[in-house]
Design a protein around this ligand. Sequence first.
Ligand code: PLP
Length: 327
Amino acid sequence: MANLPVTLAEIEQAARRIKGRVLETPFVLSAALTERCGVPVGLKLEHHQTTGSFKLRGATNAVLSLSPEARARGVVAASTGNHGRALAHAAKAEGAIATICMSRLVPENKVSEIRRLGANVRIIGKSQDEAQVEVDRLVAEDGLVMVPPFDHPAVVAGQGTLGLEIVAAMPDVATVLVPLSGGGLAAGVAAAVKGRSPRTRVIGLTMERGAAMKASLDAGHPVEVEEVESLADSLGGGIGLANEVTFQMCRALLDDVILLSEAEIAAGMRHAYREEREVVEGAGAVGIAALLSGRLGRLDGPVAVILSGRNVDMGQHLRVANGGDAA
Ligand SMILES: *Cc1c(COP(=O)(O)O)cnc(C)c1O
């Protein structure tokens, strides 16, 4: 683990920095999954985190890591989802202004939610790429500080604090199941878990549709993939062709990456709801989905599963809970 961009010491420092500003979420044993898998299965209920996802950890650590001058200039990101909510909340909590750029196609309910969290919302263009152009302009012309959703050392270190909490709750954990998209969560959690418990396996889970990190790991360098709609919408998007942090960390630290179908993700959400009594979004249910799918093969236990978020459209959740798939 030498020479990786984020170290265990930096994750421990992040944990001290964000303590009291984010929730230390519960870790509970799942009786249903333990029985089914034949090894203890614990669930890290990170979807109970303030703003509904783990992204608050990385955003809070990034904002707190800024100099007072940088913080005063304000932070900016292009995000319609969990990172936007997290950055809006984290900035407001520290008395800084967050500007979140989104395209005109973003539904009004998402826009108003981010406004409600205290951010300036800037609606521009008709794609996420055009929103990012506006972010770059605000950085270049107005001196705002960009906080990206995953490819940034302070963000990865913040997400890694989740790994420290898992090892503290389950010291003999043998396998950790982590949702994977841009890889900020997986990189941070793997660095923390393997730093404290070197023999624990860390497995990334993502959807078959548009798995950019998996395609990049297979290619040996960051590649672009076509974006397709998925139940796990928080796992969409690329890893960035100029990726600096998460690609090399995922390559060095992940033991495996498993892809899941839409039906399997739906089954994961359904299990979370019916058996665990938890409302979890598609991206947050991929760990349970992997356990139910049998795709993990022989499983080393105890197992820890991260439920990463709960920001799902409740109409969609109801359809899935009642036995429907994606659309
Ligand atoms: C962002 C997100 C992920 C993926 O995290 P990365 O750091 O991009 O890999 C997983 N689950 C939820 C709920 C998310 O919001």
